[in-house]
Every structure is written in C-alpha cells, then in structure tokens.
Design a binder for this molecule. Structure first.
Ligand code: SF4
Length: 338
C-alpha cells in the first residue's frame, strides 16, 4: 500500500461553500495551531504554539504548488480552473515564518490567481503579520467569542493569545487595509457558549467597531475536536442575523449544507466512487488514492457517514469504510441527472 512520508502542502481543489473551487495550501504539520478550538474539524491541537517558524521549507511549498498548477493548466487553461488559492489546512497558516513571502511569490508568479487567507488572527497584534496578510485578496479572520470568557471556552488559545489582542489585531488590520483587501469576519456559533441574546448584541457592537465587508456565521456540520457538540438551530442563525445586520451585512454560507448531498464537494463524490469501485477501504488507502492528507479525508468520511452514505466496519483492529445502499442510490441518481 502506498504510504506518504511527508504531508502534502497543497491539497484539493475542493468545492468550498464560501470560496467556490479552492486549492488549499497547508503550511504547518498536523496539528500546529495557536488555538485548540472545540469545534476544530482537524481534531485536537497537538502542538499549541504562538511562535513562528518555517515549518515546511518555503521552496518546497512553492515547488509543490508549481507542479499542481502546471498539471491543471494542461486541463483547465490559464485560470487553472480555480476560484481561489486558500491558505488553511491543518493549523494556523500565519505561524509559518515565511508565510508573507510565499503569498507574495504566488501573487507575483500567478497574477491571474486570487488568494484567500483563513486565519484565527492570533498573530494580528504583530504589524509584520498584518502587513504580510494584507497581500491576500481576501482575508477571513475568526472571532468566535464576544468576550474573553467565550473566547477562552471556544478557542482554548495558547497563553499569550487573548481576546483583546485578537480584537485589536483584527480592528487594526481592517483600518489599515479597508478598500484594499476584502475582509469577512467569521463567527462560529456554539450552543450554550456564544449563542445568547446578549452575545448577539456584543457581536453586533464588535461588527460595528471592526466594520468588515460582512459577518459570516458558521456552525458545526462535521465532528469537532470535542465530542457531543451540536450545531446551533436555524432559529439562532436567524436571530443573530437580524441582530447584527443593522450594523453590518450578514452571510450564512453553510446553510444549504443541511440538505445531505446537495452541496457535496467533488472530493466526496470521488470518495463514494472509490468505495463503490474498491469495496471496503481504510482511511489510509483512501488518503493515498485521492492524494489528500489523512485528516482532510477523515473530515469528508465523517460527513458521508453522518449523511448515511457510508458507514464504518471493523476487521480485527482495522477500521474500514463501506458504501451504504443510500450512498449507492445517491451516486446512481447523481449520475442519472448529469
Ligand atoms: S484556529 Fe482553526 S485550525 Fe486552529 S484549532 Fe481553531 S479551527 Fe482548528
């Protein structure tokens, strides 16, 4: 069985609910982050740090990207069939000490590509990091707590990272880049922590202070790092939207995802097809066949299992995944409609 010694820095593309067809760039090893968010789809942070480092050599990241883009150009032409190149992945991208240089070189070498940074903004109190991030076309910082208490409960940050620092960092970034860089503020709502009416009002005040292009409300749709978390109900999203929208536009990009199957990404179809073709497979084989990192594959498998299109089984110690009848029917219907 093929085995990947080093994680891939470039992954996808995936059909992102917010960014269209997005090619991902991961700059840190699993799972390196300045936060350990309870909802994190990658699981628990194993290396909690706020120290910047060249985790993967910048030249290797750019080399991997060049190879992927070269192949895509043959099939898709000048725009590579992509809407965005997105810095995200298995931890916080700005922790990479040459993140700014990598971003700059992508913009110089591929001026036709749009770039996006998904960040927890933990390092935005540093003007150097803000300057680096300002090279992206679109920046989506997260602010999940409306105060220090909610922030600590949800994001479980490294000790030097505080709510005030993150808030001031995002506010400064917006002040410095308004009109130059598009910015959405992401708020992840967690039942029982930041979903009260007083939280909604505090978020409205924060949105008024930060003035992003829009607030994007996010919610759990795949298993998080902590078990037992539930998505907030639709009514909560509506309530938050109506409280915040007088001060700032509000978007709920993931809402359609609640209809299983209607918003599956290409990778999920590939995964179902692979299970149909090969029968039961373990996650390692799937990861090797689809050339995607293990945690990414686990996320898609989790989604397919919760939609009832795949299920797990065990053979001795080994955990494998199987296509269900509902998954096979879904594939047939999908193929019939194409
Ligand atoms: S900041 Fe992002 S990568 Fe880090 S733990 Fe939170 S959700 Fe996961």
């Amino acid at each position: 069985m093929p085995c990947r010694k080093k994680p891939l820095c470039v992954f996808g593309p995936v059909d992102s609910r917010r960014l269209g067809r997005s090619l991902g760039i991961n700059l840190v090893p699993f799972k390196t982050c300045s936060m350990n968010c309870i909802y994190c789809e990658c699981g628990e942070t194993t290396f909690l740090t706020a120290e910047r480092k060249e985790f993967f050599p910048a030249e290797e990241v750019l080399g991997e990207l060049a190879k992927v883009l070269e192949e895509r150009k043959l099939s898709f032409g000048e725009d590579f069939g992509l809407d965005f190149v997105t810095f995200s992945g298995l931890g916080e991208p700005t922790l990479h000490s040459r993140f700014g240089e990598i971003l700059r070189r992508i913009r110089e070498e591929y001026p036709m590509l749009k770039t996006c940074l998904l960040t927890n903004a933990s390092l935005f109190s540093d003007p150097v990091v803000r300057k680096e991030a300002a090279q992206a076309h679109l920046v989506i910082p997260s602010l999940d707590g409306s105060d220090e208490e909610e922030f600590c409960k949800i994001n479980r940050p490294e000790k030097s990272v505080t709510f005030q620092k993150v808030l001031e960092g995002i506010t400064s970034f917006r002040r410095e880049t308004e009109g130059l860089v598009k910015m959405f503020l992401e708020v992840f709502l967690v039942p029982g922590i930041n979903d009260s009416p007083s939280s909604a009002e505090r978020f409205r005040c924060l949105a008024e202070k930060i003035r992003p292009d829009a607030v994007q409300l996010n919610f759990l749709d795949r298993p998080g790092a902590v078990s037992g978390l539930a998505p907030v109900p639709e009514e909560t999203l509506e309530r938050f939207s109506s409280v915040i929208s007088p001060s700032c536009p509000v978007e709920i990009p993931g809402r359609k995802k609640r209809d299983p199957g209607t918003n599956f990404a290409e990778v999920e179809f590939s995964l179902l097809n692979l299970l149909r073709k090969n029968g039961p497979c373990d996650a390692e084989k799937i990861s090797a066949d689809l050339l995607l990192p293990g945690p990414e594959i686990q996320r898609h498998l989790g989604m397919l299992c919760s939609a009832g299109f795949a299920r797990t089984g065990r053979k001795g110690q080994a955990l494998f995944y199987v296509l269900t009848d509902a998954g096979a029917k879904f594939l047939r219907e999908k193929e019939g409609s194409c």
